[in-house]
Ligand binder design. Structure first.
Ligand code: NAP
Length: 372
């Protein structure tokens, strides 16, 4: 199969290529790589591919794109908005498999998260649909952690307070966070051993606001800080990231009546892995053992962490799950706010199940569907 890859060197694209190599997905592919910044440059490795990929092609070369039977893009919404309508208008009939949000809510698109919504994907394929889009990272991780509760119709409402890593905003911002950490870390070397902790805090705060502190990409200090706004503002006071929680979950689950979902989306100074503290109002009384079993049944990658200090601090952290396929769920307990309220925390690597993995698996599903 001839497959074009766009956005292959960003955070999501790099993760996708690594997973494709691990899973031997290049075998049988004729891959072409496109670039918005360095056409003509050397293509990346594709071990086992049907042929050596040509040098990088310009990402605005529509005739080269239209020769692909599938296009996999992790480039971002601006490129999708520019290229997709032109290709479709020119009659291109290939599969469009996308990590960006631009097409997610379009009538012809299917949001893909196959461990949760494979029947919906199969129905879309049977109906001849060809636009497949990965979900928002936080939404996909929420459903990979808690999809069983929705399947069992146990969720009356859900409030999610997110702790989202810098890499969720792309390669440049994640690298800048490390530069910020380094800049603040230099203070550690400067402060005398006799300095009080308050002196250190004051020096760090002053450095965060210094004009030389690197904030060119993120716009604000994030190391040692948090930023409780992600994506564009909407008129009702929500951010677009917060709006996606209910809108995309409803679509992924194929529901006609939405389960109310809302909360605050917060960027924190971790590098990779999004976490969310969740409050759920149940539809019926259920004991914690039953809830735990239903959560565990969500997917083979869902891992329930016992609600103990040791297990939580060892297994329910970005440091523990980063780079793994595990979506961890823990701190499961009843809340005192109402008898039918439960609380929990779930987290996973947003570059894997939150972005690259549903896209990678969709390419596989498309190849199976077309017999290639
Ligand atoms: P990204 O890291 O910013 O990469 C996007 C493009 O930026 C690259 O393809 C590359 O294009 C260019 N680029 C510029 N400077 C770069 C650098 N220093 N390193 C690497 N690439 C650089 O974006 P992303 O996080 O992968 O996100 C891609 C799309 O997926 C977005 O629409 C995003 O919303 C969505 N998404 C992201 C995540 C996530 O966790 N990051 C999760 C779900 C969905 P050229 O090679 O053409 O120059």
């Amino acid at each position: 199969m001839r497959v074009g890859f766009v956005g292959w060197r960003g955070m999501v694209g790099s993760t996708l290529r690594a997973r494709m190599t691990e899973q031997k997905d290049w075998v049988g592919l004729e891959a072409s790589f496109f670039s918005t910044s360095s056409p003509g440059g050397p293509p990346p490795q594709t071990p086992g591919a049907a042929r050596q990929p040509p040098p990088l092609l310009p990402a605005d070369n529509l005739s080269a794109l239209s020769r692909c039977e599938a296009i996999v893009t992790c480039q971002g919404s601006a490129w999708t908005r520019a290229a997709h309508p032109q290709l479709r208008a020119a009659g291109w009939k290939g599969a469009w498999i996308d990590a960006a949000s631009a097409l997610r809510m379009e009538p012809d698109s299917t949001i893909v998260l196959d461990p949760i919504n494979r029947p919906l994907i199969d129905a879309a394929l049977a109906a001849g649909k060809r636009d497949f889009v990965g979900g928002n990272c936080t939404v996909s991780l929420l459903l990979m952690g808690l999809g069983g509760l929705f399947r069992a119709d146990l969720v009356r409402f859900l409030s999610t307070m997110t702790y989202q890593a810098a890499s969720g905003a792309g390669a440049q911002k994640m690298v800048e966070l490390v530069h910020q950490m380094h800049d603040l870390g230099k203070i550690g070397a400067k402060v005398a051993a006799s300095s009080s902790a308050l002196d250190v805090a004051e020096a760090v705060a002053a450095r965060m606001h210094h004009s030389d502190h690197p904030t060119g990409s993120i716009g604000y200090p994030l190391a040692g800080n948090l930023l409780p706004w992600i994506d564009a503002p909407l008129e009702d006071g929500r951010s677009r990231e917060e709006w996606k929680g209910q809108a995309e979950s409803t679509r992924i689950l194929g529901r006609t009546t939405p389960v109310p979902i809302d909360g605050l989306a917060v960027r924190v100074g971790s590098l990779r892995c999004h976490a969310q503290a969740v409050t759920i109002g149940l539809t019926r009384p259920a004991d914690l053992d039953e809830i735990a079993q239903v959560i565990q049944s969500t997917s083979p990658w869902t891992h329930l962490v016992p609600n103990t200090p040791e297990a939580t601090q060892r297994q329910l952290t970005p440091a523990a799950v980063t780079g793994t396929m595990t979506v961890a769920v823990g701190r499961l307990r009843r809340l005192h706010t109402a008898p039918d309220h439960i609380g929990l925390l779930t987290l996973g690597d947003q570059l894997l199940w939150g972005a690259a993995e549903p896209v990678r698996r969709m390419l596989r599903i498309w190849r199976e569907h077309t017999g290639q």
